[in-house]
Structures are given as structure tokens and as C-alpha cells.
Design a protein around this ligand. Structure first.
Ligand code: SF4
Length: 477
């Protein structure tokens, strides 16, 4: 839960007089994907304007300020950020603005480029100066490189140099380009408003927020242009040449319940996980309670399948800001207490099934369990709707180090003992993959299995990077 961090959220809209206002609302709907910084870039067809700041969307674009009015233009992109690379500072906030030989461009990125360090070293060795510490800035340098500018499709050429996960929005003076990495790791979709404006967003909940209808997802390896001719498409890798590796954690935790990603509604998927958990780990109990909000849908599914009544045994405060979160242990425990409070009347004297989406370090989960004990729960049976997380994520999710993950070097029994629960049941990887709509090998499961679809160890060597780029480039021809 709170010890794994969201990644980033993207929103863009072309051809709407209220594009900037709608971007504001789109970002609001995507706030769960990042609360560290927010920003909007807009274009009147000739000149770009950008405003970014630290904090949540309403904090950056304060009520009563005229920031949105000053940005007002018919083309806009926006970004909410949680830093997975680069520290939390305003220079790292996005959209990232650059001016180069081809004009102006603003970039919004969700994901993590695993070869960014290598590329940065290369550019710095030739004298390039970087103004941020994000991996996104390297994309700007790649775009501006004269040999890349000269290519028939400079953007497609540049995307072939990137390794890792990326859903990207590029705002040029006259268009938006929406692109997704060849594995489709992070979500990105396209929609259309009633007035005919095209929209691109990380999740469909942002389309709903501005009254846009979902058209389709951006395909892995695809660039969709939102411009005067409507939407047009091209691919920077041969379509279908690479098997997708959609991040399953998007479905389990990150995405909002009312979003549809990777072809399936998030709430319905999580309910399926809950039903599967009830099959794999049945128990005699009086009530099923979720850890809100991400455990709620799975708890409903568990209750449906087991026949044990569902109830809200814990309430979540939505008013505690992310800035309050401190890495120190004591503050983290206090944070849990303030954010989540048990309802004594629901759990007192009862055998309680507690359903959560995952356990990362274990310390926040332990705090929640203690709260249920203090509230008088007689027995606590912990059910987790994903397998034990044992490996780090290199594709844009900020898990702690391998050493800090509770499941890395502990048995299930040791974790049960640490959490102080009567029983502990994790979802099996087979059960997880049996619940997906797409075939199981279309998802990334690296944080559970340690099998990285984009080889991380290989990718950091220069030789391998060149080899990889060459292969990707050849596949795209
Ligand atoms: S390692 Fe885990 S969190 Fe990272 S992309 Fe893969 S499934 Fe998602």
C-alpha cells in the first residue's frame, strides 16, 4: 500500500477551446498516480506555454489564481508525477519543455527508462548539459540530435533508442504525439469528446472526467498523432513482433477502480482476484473487511465466493497529503494511524478476514493489523490478492530495495508471525494469471517471479544496448 509508490499520470487533448481546463480535470482524475508535482503545457498552434509546480493538482493550480486562464489554448497536455527516477524537485516536474532546431516541444512521461543513465553518460561526454535528473530529459536530447532530426520519422527513430517502460505524450506546436513502449507496460488510451476533440490519457477514468468516450488503447510500439486530421497512427516496431508485458500491478493496485486498462475494468478484475483468493485460502470467519481503497474490490469478491458477510471495518482519511509521509519508521506508523482507522463496532469480538492488495515492507500492514487487534478483533486472517513480492521493479514502480521487501528472505510462516495474524494466505501466481483476460504471458510478473522481459542486467552494458537498439531498429524496418 503506501510503501509502494504510484508512478505518473498523463492527459492530453487536441482541438478544444477549453483544453487547459479539461486537462486540469483529467489530471484531477489521475491524481492517484502521483502527488509530488503537476503541470500543464499548452499550444495555440505556434507557441507553447508551460506551468509546473510541486504538490497535488489543486495545490499547483490554486483556486482563485489565473494560471489556467493564462495557459488557455486549444491544445494541451498535463502530467502528475511521483518520482521513480530523479529526486522530488521542481526542475524534475513535467511536462518537460525544450526548444530545439525543429521548434518547441513539451514531454510528459510515465515509466522508467533503464538505459537512461547510459545514454546520459554518452551525451554528457560530448558536452550536453542536463537541467534535471529525470530520465525524461534524455528523450529531449535524443530528439534534438542533428542525425536524428534528419531521419524521415525522427520521433519513431528516437523511441527505438529507449529501453524500459514508457507511455509518452509529446506536445509540438501543431499536434500531440502519444506513444507507448513496445511491451505496452504502462497503460495509455485514446478517447473523443462530444465536441469532436481527441483525448489521450493514462486511464479511462480521466476520459470519463471530461465526458470523452473511450476509442481504444494506444497499441504497444505505436505512435498516435492527435492533430488537425483527427487521429493517425504509425508504429516504431513491427506490430505484434514483441509479446506485450502489461504491468499486472496496474490492475492490482495502481489504476482506479472505474478505469478500464488492458481491456478489462479494474474493479471487476479485483473482484475476480478476491473470488480466487477465497478458493485458494478458505477460512471460517464472521466478517470480510478490506484495507481501503485498493483492497475493497477484492474483499467484495472474497465475500461473494465465501459467503462471509462483507463490511467496512476500516475507514480511510482522504485528507492526509503525501508530503506527510516520512521514510522514518515512527512517522510511517503514525501515518498509518492517521490515514486508516478501524471501526470497532464491525470487528470487535469477531473472526475477521482482512483483504489487502499486497504486502511490501510489511511494516504498514503490521500497523493496520495492530489497529484491528486494538479494536477488539478476536481472530485475524490476512488475505493478499497478489503473490509475495520478492524482486524490485525496473519499469517504473518505486518498490523498496530487495532487502527491504518482506517476502525476499522470509517464509510465509515467518511473515505470518511478523504480522501477528492467525492465518496468512497469498494469491498464487497461477491463480493470478488464471484471473486475467489476456493470456498470462502478455503480462509482466517480474516483481513476483524475477523474470524481466526487458533484461535489466544485459541492458546496462553498452554492447548490449547497441545490440538491442539494432535489433529493435531492424524489426521496425
Ligand atoms: S515488475 Fe511488477 S510492478 Fe514492475 S512492471 Fe512488472 S508487474 Fe509491474
Amino acid at each position: 500500500m503506501s510503501d509502494k509508490k504510484e508512478n505518473c499520470g498523463l492527459f492530453g487533448i487536441f482541438g478544444d477551446p477549453a483544453a487547459v481546463q479539461k486537462t486540469y480535470f483529467g489530471l484531477f482524475a489521475l491524481q492517484h498516480r502521483g502527488q509530488e508535482s503537476a503541470g500543464i503545457a499548452s499550444s495555440n498552434g505556434e507557441i507553447l506555454q508551460v506551468y509546473t509546480g510541486m504538490g497535488t493538482v489543486p495545490r499547483v493550480f490554486r483556486a482563485g489564481s489565473d494560471i489556467l486562464d493564462k495557459l488557455s489554448n486549444p491544445i494541451a497536455i498535463g502530467h502528475v508525477r511521483y518520482s521513480t527516477t530523479g529526486s522530488s524537485k521542481v526542475a524534475n516536474s513535467q511536462p518537460f519543455f525544450v526548444e530545439y532546431s525543429r521548434g518547441q516541444c513539451a514531454i510528459a512521461h510515465n515509466g522508467n527508462l533503464i538505459n537512461a543513465g547510459l545514454l546520459r553518460d554518452e551525451y554528457e561526454a560530448y558536452g550536453s548539459i542536463f537541467k534535471s535528473t529525470t530520465d525524461t530529459e534524455i528523450i529531449a536530447h535524443l530528439l534534438a540530435k542533428p542525425t536524428h532530426v534528419a531521419k524521415p520519422d525522427p520521433l519513431g527513430h528516437v523511441l527505438n533508442h529507449l529501453q524500459g517502460s514508457f507511455s509518452l505524450l509529446f506536445l509540438f506546436q501543431d499536434r500531440i504525439e502519444a506513444a507507448r513502449d513496445a511491451y505496452g507496460i504502462r497503460p495509455l488510451c485514446i478517447g473523443k469528446t462530444e465536441t469532436g476533440a481527441y483525448v489521450a490519457a493514462s486511464e479511462t477514468c480521466a476520459l470519463d472526467a471530461v465526458g470523452a468516450q473511450f476509442i481504444r488503447e494506444v497499441e504497444p510500439g505505436e505512435i498516435v498523432t492527435l492533430g488537425k486530421r483527427g487521429i493517425t497512427s504509425r508504429f516504431f516496431v513491427t506490430p505484434g513482433s514483441i509479446k506485450p508485458a502489461h504491468c499486472l500491478f496496474e490492475h492490482i493496485y495502481f489504476a482506479k477502480q472505474n478505469s478500464t486498462i488492458f481491456g478489462e475494468n479494474v474493479h471487476e478484475f479485483r473482484k475476480k482476484l478476491g473470488r480466487q483468493l477465497a478458493i485458494e485460502h478458505p477460512v471460517k470467519a464472521d466478517v470480510v473487511v478490506p484495507i481501503p481503497d485498493s483492497g475493497t474490490s477484492s474483499a467484495i469478491g472474497y465475500s461473494e465466493k465465501s459467503g462471509i458477510p462483507f463490511d467496512m471495518g476500516m475507514v480511510r482519511s482522504h485528507y492526509v497529503g503525501r508530503t506527510f509521509i516520512s521514510p522514518e519508521q515512527k512517522m510511517r506508523e503514525l501515518d498509518v494511524k492517521i490515514k486508516l482507522a478501524p471501526i470497532k463496532e464491525v470487528v470487535k469480538g469477531k473472526r475477521v478476514v482482512v483483504v489487502d492488495d499486497s504486502i511490501v515492507r510489511g511494516t504498514t500492514t503490521k500497523g493496520k493489523i495492530k489497529a484491528f487487534r486494538d479494536a477488539g478483533a478476536k481472530e485475524i486472517h490476512m488475505r493478499v490478492s497478489c503473490p509475495p513480492i520478492r524482486f524490485p521493479c525496473f519499469y517504473g514502480i518505486d518498490f523498496p530495495t530487495k532487502e527491504e521487501l518482506i517476502a525476499t528472505n522470509r517464509t510465509i510462516e515467518q511473515i505470518r508471525d511478523f504480522l501477528n495474524v492467525e492465518t496468512l494466505g497469498y494469491m498464487s501466481i497461477e491463480g493470478l494469471l488464471a484471473s486475467t483476460t489476456l493470456p498470462g504471458d502478455h503480462y509482466c510478473c517480474a516483481c513476483w517471479e524475477g523474470k524481466y522481459r526487458i533484461p535489466v542486467d544485459v541492458a546496462v552494458t553498452k554492447f548490449a544496448m547497441e545490440h538491442y537498439q539494432l535489433r529493435m531498429f531492424e524489426e521496425s524496418q
